[in-house]
Design a binder for this molecule. Structure first.
Ligand SMILES: NC(=O)c1ccc[n+]([C@@H]2O[C@H](COP(=O)([O-])OP(=O)(O)OC[C@H]3O[C@@H](n4cnc5c(N)ncnc54)[C@H](OP(=O)(O)O)[C@@H]3O)[C@@H](O)[C@H]2O)c1
Length: 285
């Protein structure tokens, strides 16, 4: 299966697909697009119980259609997130007056109901509630997530939108450290080199999002154009494949069937060592 090819394993040996289909910003098209992504060959789904940007229940409808059509649950990698109050609008999946640990539990139960599954493969803290260090709310949320993991309702934990310092702190402090980190990957930050280094040190798998949009100058650079000319592949495919060479799982949330097929076919592309170096250097300038 192309979608799982080459993908990194977590320290406890769980493998996630090379691509996760991102379900943000799809609103009433969510079910249709997730169904289309599964048909295209995506086997990893990223969502969140954050109605402001995601429609998790519609993701669940697409999953049920796939299961009804014979898809096995263990053929899919399903990831969702707990989002603090600050990242939500008025459509909350929990009682905002409840303690954070209760909010996590309520959000999680609501995710299971939306997605119509019993177990979540990867449960992610959408982002710390502070830009430096970890706040009491983050520690409380993580402890509640650890309980879900200990009960076997979640196969692994993850964290998103973190600095290298925050990831390092969580890896050192947590009883159950994160197995995944999901971050926006800017070429100008050397493709998030500092966070990737901490992730590598602690055996955490890195997931990159906004690979095509956060770094427009890199996408249209002469280096990428040279590889386009050599391979006949698209810029998007080259960036995705390069990200995989750096050890990343790629988030892709395209709404286009052509772009879905294109993304998955990026795994067929071979980059030379020189090309990988020149793309790496793009972000180090
Ligand atoms: N943890 C977080 O806070 C967070 C934040 C943002 C995103 N995410 C996750 O990451 C997922 C992906 O988000 P993203 O920011 O990486 O953006 P994206 O949804 O993957 O796509 C961004 C843009 O790139 C275009 N695009 C995609 N594939 C292309 C291709 N092959 N060629 C040319 N253009 C292409 C898309 O247009 P088309 O639709 O026309 O292809 C779209 O306009 C989200 O759905 C969400 O699951 C997480």
């Amino acid at each position: 299966m192309v979608a799982w090819m080459d993908s990194p394993r977590t320290t406890n040996g769980i493998q996630a697909p090379s691509f996760l289909y991102g379900t943000a910003w799809k609103e009433d098209d969510t079910q249709r697009l997730v169904t289309m992504a599964l048909a295209a060959g995506f086997r990893g789904i990223d969502t969140a119980n954050q109605r402001k940007h995601y429609h998790e229940a519609a993701v669940g409808e697409a999953l049920q259609l796939a299961f009804d059509a014979g898809m096995q649950r263990d053929a899919l990698f399903i990831q969702t997130k707990f989002t603090h109050r600050d990242g939500q609008d008025h459509r909350l999946p929990y009682d905002e007056a409840a303690p954070i640990s209760t909010q996590v539990l309520q959000s999680f139960e609501s995710s299971l109901a939306h997605l119509q599954v019993d177990v979540i493969d990867s449960y992610v803290l959408h982002g710390p509630s502070t830009s430096r260090g970890l706040a009491r709310e983050d520690r409380e949320a993580w402890a509640a997530m650890e309980e879900l993991h200990a009960e076997g309702r979640v196969r692994m934990l993850g964290v998103s939108n973190v600095t290298a310092e925050q990831l390092s702190l969580l890896c050192r402090e947590a009883r159950t450290p994160p197995a995944m980190v999901q971050n926006r990957t800017y070429a100008r930050k050397a493709w998030d080199r500092e966070v990737r280094a901490v992730a590598k040190e602690h055996g955490v798998v890195y997931q990159g999002f906004s690979l095509l949009t956060a770094s427009p100058a890199a996408l249209t650079s002469a280096e990428v154009d040279r590889i386009v000319a050599r391979t006949g592949r698209t810029r998007a495919q080259i960036v995705y494949r390069f990200a995989m060479h750096l050890g990343m799982i790629c988030l892709c949330g395209t709404k286009s069937a052509t772009h879905m097929a294109e993304a998955l076919a990026a795994t067929e592309l071979d980059l030379t060592a020189d090309e990988i170096k020149s793309l790496t250097d793009l972000g180090s300038a």
